[in-house]
Design a protein around this ligand. Structure first.
Ligand code: KG4
Ligand code: ZN
Length: 377
């Protein structure tokens, strides 16, 4: 599969990178090849989900996830090489997510990449999962830096400007739950099934959005941080007051929750667009607004974001769903970008549960979970 060309670098020969991902509940392996002229191709792109293993618990269980990654990852590497018709000797670098994420899971990909790097004598690239998402639009779109990105998944909700490879300016982030978590946890309260987000969207289709009007989080507040914990509690309180709730009650509450989340994402993204224009007044319209992460699958969210973008001279684009959600192609791409710049890692690179993409703004903004363990996202 041919991809959008990369920005020119000083790369002298064709390079092939194997990328591995296991930071949440997807085990993934991909192989990316890039020629010196910047043309690139995905030679393998495999993802194994674990929904069945977690469904009985209504959410991702870290220990179950870690075990499933360990059991799957070796076989997936073999499958990826087979799909690409390559052997380990053809790989020039091994890239793996090294965080942030569920650390037991992160270790599966990272240790595998370390072992492969050690065994072949080729470099290891320890990739920040968020950088993978931040660069993922460049797998499918010929999108130039700088661009505004909303990353909205089960683990992360943040707005950042991707200024260059390795240069990310974070504008806002969630101060508590991620948007996907709000979808999932509210769906769990209502017993809609797992994964909750898509189930809630389905119920919302037949719901009355006006019946349980819920507050839009942080409405009118300065900046573009997010908060979803209050909304989750408000929805639970509405639910607890319902006597013997029916499917119509479920649908109505789903519609209310979905609308509040969509409005909040659109309002905060609108503020981020204004900040982008202030920082980059010379970027011509339509300015690029990219959306990645599983929540980007939600039609109400997409439509609210698209309206906010159009109103401000931006165009909203989302990568194809397979690269919006967790995948290894984006990890291979981030790994490739660092490899061609000579940025590789030692074999003692640590698995990191927390690893903000923009360390500077994390330090400057104590609202973003400035606990002992540092910022969450
Ligand atoms: O990016 P992703 O696959 O995994 C990570 O969290 O990294 O995102 C999964 C999240 C889950 O919270 C899921 O419920 C949510 O995306 N999601 C949705 C929809 N599809 C997936 N939320 C709302 N509506 C959807 N259609
Ligand atoms: Zn992710």
């Amino acid at each position: 599969m041919d991809l959008a060309p990369a920005s020119p670098t000083t790369q002298e020969k064709t390079l092939t990178v194997l990328g591995l991902e296991s930071s949440c509940d997807e085990t993934a392996a991909a192989i990316l090849r890039r020629a010196p002229d910047g043309s690139q191709e995905i030679l393998a792109d495999l993802v194994l989900g674990q929904n069945d293993a977690h469904a009985p618990f209504g959410g991702v269980v870290p220990e179950i996830a870690a075990r499933a990654h360990v059991e799957a990852i070796d076989g997936l590497v073999v499958e990826a090489l087979k799909a690409a018709k390559l052997t380990l000797d053809d790989i020039d670098g091994f890239a793996a997510t090294a965080g942030p994420g569920l650390v037991g899971g992160v270790m599966a990909a990272l240790m595998t990449a370390k072992a492969l790097a050690l065994g072949t004598g080729k470099p290891l690239i320890a990739v920040n999962h968020l950088e993978g998402h931040a660069l993922s639009p460049r797998l499918s779109e010929d999108v130039a830096f700088p661009y505004l990105l909303l990353l909205v998944s089960g683990g992360h909700t943040q707005l950042l400007i991707a200024e260059d490879v390795g240069v990310y300016h974070r504008l806002g982030s969630t101060i508590d739950d991620a948007a996907g978590e709000a979808f999932d946890k509210t769906a769990k309260v209502m017993g809609l099934g797992f994964p909750g987000g898509p189930a809630l969207e389905k119920f919302a289709q037949t719901g009355d959005v006006e019946r349980f009007a819920l507050p839009t989080p942080l409405r009118g507040r300065p900046g573009c941080d997010f908060s979803f914990a209050g909304l989750k509690t408000a929805a639970r309180q509405v639910w607890d007051k319902l006597d013997n709730p029916s499917d119509q009650d479920r649908a109505d509450l789903s519609a209310g929750v979905q609308s509040a989340i969509a409005k909040s994402l659109a309002q905060r993204s609108g503020r981020a667009m204004d900040m982008f224009v202030e920082r980059y007044p010379n970027v011509a319209e339509p300015r690029p607004f990219l959306v990645a992460g599983g929540v980007a699958a939600n039609k109400a969210v997409r439509s609210a974001l698209s309206d906010a973008a159009t109103a401000r001279g931006f165009t909203m684009t989302a990568p194809p769903m397979k690269w919006c959600t967790d995948n290894a192609a984006m990890i291979a791409l981030a790994g490739m970008e660092h490899l061609v710049r000579g940025q590789t890692d030692d074999l003692d690179a640590a698995a990191r549960p927390r690893w903000p993409l923009d360390a500077q703004s994390a330090k400057m903004n104590p609202a973003i979970g400035a606990g002992r363990k540092g910022p969450k996202a």
